[in-house]
Design a protein around this ligand. Structure first.
Ligand code: BJW
Ligand code: ZN
Length: 260
């Protein structure tokens, strides 16, 4: 057996024993749907933008228009993208006989998990499709004009309550994660009998600390990532493959061999 076969066999051994699974995902989950990962080089208009520097309240306070344009353009790309075979495999996993729950805790702000059939998705970093007032937080229910092509600047709408600027409903650096989602994610990590980590560098806190909750309870961690990450050393099995290749192979294996 070569290394890839051994990793698949080890991954399958963990997956066949699991009844309550939590899949913890990052940008690599959506890479094969054509959405660039957070720390990869983009090739388009935003190739000169450092996404990490952009994703902050300071950047917004300085000059909101380029950010508003950037987020609207990303919402357009995410809306046009299709869930990949990995997203769909997670949905299928939850349907297998004997499996109690396959939940997803995601850092992603696209909606590809839901569109791929996942039943139970916790969004830690918000959504590209929600907007709210930057000052009073009132949700924006009005229309948002999404550009057909990437543009450098767009003016955000004004809040109907306080007239301040409407902002993307995402979590930037220095901001707290939504409380309800965070509490749910922690609970899911405690309840899971397997945590599968897919497509995250494990750099951004506090999200990256969630698998630790499971590990401290002795719950096995399976990582699916083409490269070593900050979470690799925590994982019982690190499978060097991609989301759209590995997850379908794993779920098909559980289906064919049955639960242990
Ligand atoms: C594939 C693949 C394929 C590729 N298949 N895999 C030190 C310790 C602890 C915390 C901090 C600290 N220093 C600073 C902080 C705080 C900060 C932080 O963590 N900074 C780090 C950079 C160190 N965190 C925060 O500020 C958070 N809030 C907070 O801490 O609140 C408390 C507080 C309050 C007040 C004051 C101070 C603190 C908030 C973090 C919010 C993160 N937001 C973003 C932007 C969201 C909106 C947007 O998308 O624009 O979330 S940043 C960005 O990173 C985004 C992502 O969700 C997040 C994680 O990235 P992810 O998903 O891991 O992507 P990548 O690109 O990094 O990795 C992709 C992986 O996929 C790679 O490994 C590839 O190999 C792999 N891959 N193809 C499978 N086909
Ligand atoms: Zn307002």
């Amino acid at each position: 057996m070569d290394a890839a076969d051994t990793q698949l066999a080890d991954a399958l051994r963990l997956a066949r024993r699991a009844r309550t699974i939590e899949v913890f995902t990052g940008a690599g989950m959506s890479a094969e749907s054509g959405l660039v990962t957070f720390r990869d080089k983009d090739t388009g208009l935003w190739s000169k933008v450092d996404p990490a520097a952009f994703a902050s309240i300071e950047s917004w306070a300085k000059d909101p228009e380029p950010m508003w344009a950037w987020y609207l353009w990303r919402s357009k790309l995410a809306g046009q993208a299709d869930p990949n075979a990995g997203h769909r495999a997670i949905g299928d996993w939850g349907e297998l006989d004997g499996v109690e729950r396959v939940g997803v805790t995601t850092q992603n702000i696209d909606n590809l998990h839901e569109r791929g059939g996942a039943q139970d998705v916790v969004h830690l970093h918000g959504s590209l499709f929600d907007y709210r007032c930057s000052i009073c937080s009132r949700p924006w229910e009005g229309e948002v004009e999404v550009p057909d092509e990437p543009v450098e600047r767009m003016t955000p709408p004004a809040c109907s309550l306080c007239d301040n600027l409407v902002r993307p409903g995402v979590v930037w650096f220095g901001e707290s994660l939504p409380q309800r989602e965070w509490a749910l994610a922690e609970q899911r990590m405690r309840e899971a009998d397997l945590v599968v980590i897919v497509g995250t560098s494990g750099i951004v806190q506090p999200a990256a600390s969630l698998p630790l909750i499971a590990a401290e309870r002795g719950t096995p961690l399976l990582e699916i990532s083409p490269e070593e990450t900050e979470l690799s050393r925590l994982a019982d099995v690190s499978w060097r493959t991609t989301a759209a290749a590995g997850l379908p192979e794993l779920v098909m294996g559980v289906k064919v061999d049955g639960l242990a």
